[in-house]
Design a protein around this ligand. Structure first.
Ligand code: CAP
Ligand code: MG
Length: 412
């Protein structure tokens, strides 16, 4: 039986003809063998040689190991290995991030990055709103957006929930959202909540303040479009979907369905199971890239190493993947920095992110000693200080809400 080698080290790889993936590999095998095992498993091979593979199939569809570093490999998959119209993201992921994680012989493996050819990117539509569209809806063209997550995350009935949103708006916040754990529990049915929040947002607007609240419609795949339609009819101005638990296809179906006319806020709950181990799983970067292809308008990217959730400097790559408007043919995605945020760290986040960002605080608003409105004011003031390049402690001298927040939580 003929044996085939997947090694094409140093060869020129046409970025328009291949999907190129960078993996981190921890193995006791020689790297070349490990790389070949991955390339084989994910394209024309399997754990053993097979009599059914021939030169033609191998040449056209075999993955190519293009580069090997100390603990990294670059593998290029021919475009013909992918099935976009039928298959789409689930099929793409089966190739670039499928069985390989379970290969006994490999040890640990992490998909660090992926580069799609233009011909494949063109098959996706990207965000309908993106940064520009969301900013337009809010009449806030330059300043960072500033939001909250209603807390407690579960338990509040619709009226109290909507009162929280109203107060947050009165305090100057541009955004708020459901927590990922809240959908349609009996203490806060989604219809009553959406209607109550819509009334609060209308009231704020009639008082001169525009605000969005993302209603969490994460649910079973066969019901998600219907739920999105319903919440729109109840007055939702934005919807939220959890991309890891619902899947990329949920984001895509919502973004591409013409009946959905509001921005999609993409939460990433459970991503830590894949992204946290620096040697195993999938880094946030490919997730960000694929969410953008599928049409997410805003996406959680972490707090650039400053909040409660673990994060690292690589979060900057996620930010870049949201904002890159040179190599990516879609609208930019609003990066959302959330998780353990409070006024004293807003400056550092914005320093790292720039102004095209949505900064969000749940506890950092609801935990303010003066209540939600003052908590919202403190967050808004912290954003204003950063926007005007004024040190936060300086700004706090004549902004009492901010001063109290700095006294309570400090600053970094
Ligand atoms: C933030 C949050 C988000 C986290 C998830 C929460 O609340 O709503 O789920 O941001 O992290 O409930 O924890 P707090 P990430 O402001 O009260 O921390 O965006 O990194 O996935
Ligand atoms: Mg949450």
């Amino acid at each position: 039986m003929k044996t085939y080698s997947y090694l094409h080290l140093g060869e020129d790889i046409d970025p328009d003809s291949f999907v190129i993936c960078d993996y981190r590999v921890t193995t006791e095998m020689p790297m070349e063998k490990a790389a070949e095992a991955i390339a084989a498993e994910q394209s024309t091979g399997t754990w053993t040689g097979i009599t059914t593979l021939n030169d033609d199939v191998f040449e056209k569809y075999g993955a190519r190991v293009n580069k090997i570093g100390k603990d990294t490999v670059r593998i290029a998959y021919p475009v013909a290995d992918f099935s976009l119209e039928v298959g789409a993201v689930p099929q793409i992921l089966s190739v670039i991030a499928g069985n390989l994680f379970g290969l006994e012989s490999i040890g640990k493996l992490r998909l660090e990055d992926v580069f799609f050819p233009k011909s494949m990117l063109k098959e996706f539509k990207g965000p309908k709103f993106g940064i520009e569209g969301i900013r337009k809806e809010l009449d806030r063209l330059k300043k960072p957006l500033v939001g909250t997550i209603v807390k407690p995350k579960i338990g509040l009935p619709p009226k109290e929930f909507a009162d929280y949103v109203y107060e947050a708006g009165k305090g100057g916040l541009t955004n708020s959202k459901d927590d990922e754990t809240l959908v349609d529990q009996t203490f806060c049915p989604i219809e009553d909540r959406t209607v109550a929040v819509a009334e609060a947002l209308d009231r704020l607007e009639s008082e001169g303040h525009k605000m969005m609240h993302a209603i969490n419609i994460s649910t079973a795949g066969h019901k998600i479009l219907e739920l999105a339609d319903k919440v729109q009819s109840w007055g939702a101005r934005e919807i939220m979907v959890d991309v890891i638990t619902c899947g990329f296809s949920a984001v895509q179906v919502l973004a591409e369905d013409p009946s959905i006319k509001v921005p999609i806020h993409v939460h990433r709950t459970m991503h830590g199971a894949m992204t946290r181990d620096p040697l195993h799983g999938i880094s946030m970067l490919p997730i960000t890239k694929i969410v953008r292809m599928c049409g997410g308008d805003a996406l959680h990217i972490g707090t650039l190493g400053v909040g409660k959730m673990s994060g690292d400097p690589r979060d900057h790559h996620n930010l870049d993947a949201c904002l890159d408007d040179i190599t990516v043919p879609y609208r930019t995605v609003m990066p959302v920095c959330s998780g353990g945020v409070y006024p004293g760290i807003v400056g550092r986040i914005i320093e790292a992110s720039g102004f095209d960002v949505q900064i969000q605080a749940g506890g950092g608003v609801a935990g303010h000693p003066g209540g939600v409105m003052k908590g919202a004011m403190a967050m808004s003031q912290a954003v204003d200080a950063a926007f005007e390049h004024i040190p936060v402690e300086e700004y706090a001298k004549d902004h009492e809400e901010l001063r109290i927040a700095l006294e309570k939580w400090g600053q970094r």
